[in-house]
Every structure is written in C-alpha cells, then in structure tokens.
Design a protein around this ligand. Sequence first.
Ligand code: ZN
Ligand code: ZN
Length: 409
Amino acid sequence: MKFQRIKGTRDIYGKEYEILMEFYQRAKKTMDKFGYSFIITPTFEDVNLFIHSTGETTDIVEKEMYVFEDKGGRKVALRPEGTPSVLRAILENDIEIPCKVAYFANMFRHEKPQKGRFREFYQLGVEYIGYIDPLVDFEMFLIIRELMDIFEVKNYYFEVNSMGCIDDRKRYKEELKNYLSEKLEVLCNDCKRRFQRNPLRILDCKIDAEKIKDFPRITEFLCDGCAEHFEKLKMYLNKNNIKFSINPKLVRGIDYYTKTVFEVKSGRLGAQDALGGGGRYDGLMKIIGGPDTPACGFAMGMERIMLASEYKLPYEKDLIFIVYTSPELKEKAYNLYLFLTKETLKCDIVLDTKSLKSQMRRANKKGAKYVVILGEEEEKMGGYKIKDMEKGEEKFIKKENLPDYFKNI
Ligand SMILES: [Zn+2]
Ligand SMILES: [Zn+2]
C-alpha cells in the first residue's frame, strides 16, 4: 500500500529546510535584539478560544479551521493563527505585562491550496502587549523592515489603514451598510450574505470591487483619539523613511483589530502578494477573560517569504567526503569520518562499497568541496590524499596534519 500527503500539506527537506532554519535563526537574533522572548504554545486549543477572538463570522473560523473532538469529548481546533494562543498563554502563566513575545510555528487553515499557500504553513509572529502608544505600532514596521533585510526580500511595500476603535467601527458599519444597501441587488451571493453578518468583508470582494469603488472611507469616521494615533504613526513612518500607502480597503479578515492595521506585500508574488500583516488589537485580552490591555502585533508567512526572497544557500563548501579504494579500508574510513565529526566538520561517507569512481560521483553529487581518499599507497605512507573538488587539485597529507589542514581553510 502506498500513501500520499494530505492535500495542501507538504514535506520540507533539503535546501528548503536549510533556508527555513537559516531564516529562523536570523529572525531569532533580530527579535533578541529588540527584546522579544520566544514562546511555544500547543498546536491545538479549545475551539472557543478562536471563535471568541478571531471571530465567529471570519473566514478563518467559519470555513478554514480544523476542528475535531478528542477522546475526552473536548472540541479542539488546530491553531489557525498564533495571537489568541499567545494571549491565552500570557494570562494562564501570569506573564508580566508589558511583554514582548515572538513565535515560530506551524498553523493550519483549510484554504484552497495554491502557490505559496498551504493548509499547514509556518508563521513568524510577533506580539507587543501592554502599551497604547503609537510607537509600538511603529516598532512593528521597524522590525519588519529589518526582517525583510535579513530574509533578503527586496521589493516589498507596506499598506496601512486604521479601523478605529469599537465605537468608530459601529458608526462606520452603519454608514457602510447604508451605502451598500442600494447596491445589494447587484453584488455577488457571498456579499449578500456578508451584508448582514459582516459588511466590512464586502470590501475584500474581488468580484464586486468595481461596483463599490466609491465606498465610504473608514478613516473619515475616526474619533479624535484614533485619528491622532493614526497621524502619529504616519509621522513616525515618514520620519524614518518607511514607505507606505494607505489602503482604505484594508480591513483584515479578523475581528479583533482596532486602530492600526497593515500588510507587507511583495511585487514578486503576483496575486498572492501578502507576505504578512497585523495590527493593533486593544480589546482582545479582555475578550478572552483578561484585563483591558492594549497590544499590537503581526505575523508573516514563511512560505511566501521564501518565494519572495533572493537568498541563496551558500555552496556546500564545508562538506568533506571520505572515500576508500578497497572494502578492507571501509572501517578505517569510517573511523576517520567519526573523528572528523568530532572536530565538528561536516562529513559524509558511502557505506555500500562501490568502486572509487562511483564514490567520487556520489561526493560530487552532494556538492562536496573536499574528498579525502584512503588508499593502500597512502596508508603505507601514513596519510591521505585530499582532492579539492573546486580546483581539481590533489595533494598528500600526513594523518596527524589533517585536522589542522581543514581548520586552516
Ligand atoms: Zn476611536
Ligand atoms: Zn462580492
């Protein structure tokens, strides 16, 4: 019997794995510098955590969440995003607020699989909890700018909007509904349904975009506090040369956002152009049973980042391949391999003894920079032959000089 991956999932191996881990390590360094600590939360949570926070009428909860009953009869969900879990963890573990938290984790959404979009995917997430100050929002952009640098993503850009506070949104929703009610007849069926449950999401509709292009802008409905917050953020961004455009349609598909929302996009990705996004979520902590606490954060999809990145793995220049001219030398060769791994050099060896030629082929295929050859001749002379695969040069080296030889290159 043969098995296949579940649709929308994938295996990450080889170069892709190396790049993902490299990016993780680079991100970790950046987040350390900004004073964030990493957290690992469970892969699955009480389904209600997401229903209450992400929002019942969002696509994520309504259509995309993996929900199942465990053997204890609990209804659990594979996490579709990280923010609710992180807030839950902060409350449950009494982590002192203000706090800065980051995570690198797999998420699950039952979406239509397409380029750069999988049903299990990896996110880098960042949450800054405890301050209402627009400097916090600004810091998200600063961090993303640095991450784009270290991920070697070049042509990215920011889109920004403000969704105001709960009161602003209530007023705006009424106004938007008034406007849409006159067009409802001609809108698609999804939008007709959204009109009652979540009219803001009609702004996301690709089919009806043209028909509603003169929709009222939410930024016209901000209270003084929210307007000032938005102005300050824009000022910080301008002062620091962070380029952005205002996208009045940007309302993010998640209920908990307040004030600032933003996305970072790449010109390299076509329709699936969002690398990540986030915003402020001042009401969320209270919604999940905590104190009224402002917060701001973002998450980035690592699959998209890897598509947009120009980073290339360096040639495997450190790989040392050990070959031997006869089966009798295999154990000796293996001992040398073990010895070199203790020197923390990157080594490999073929164990199903084939001809020297086929071993060399294997070394070449693996991208080895050096091949150490154990032969009877060299054995008698107390050393090895070393071949530099790039230059094609060979030289003899005494056994005792081998570790130093590799240390010095
Ligand atoms: Zn407001
Ligand atoms: Zn529509």
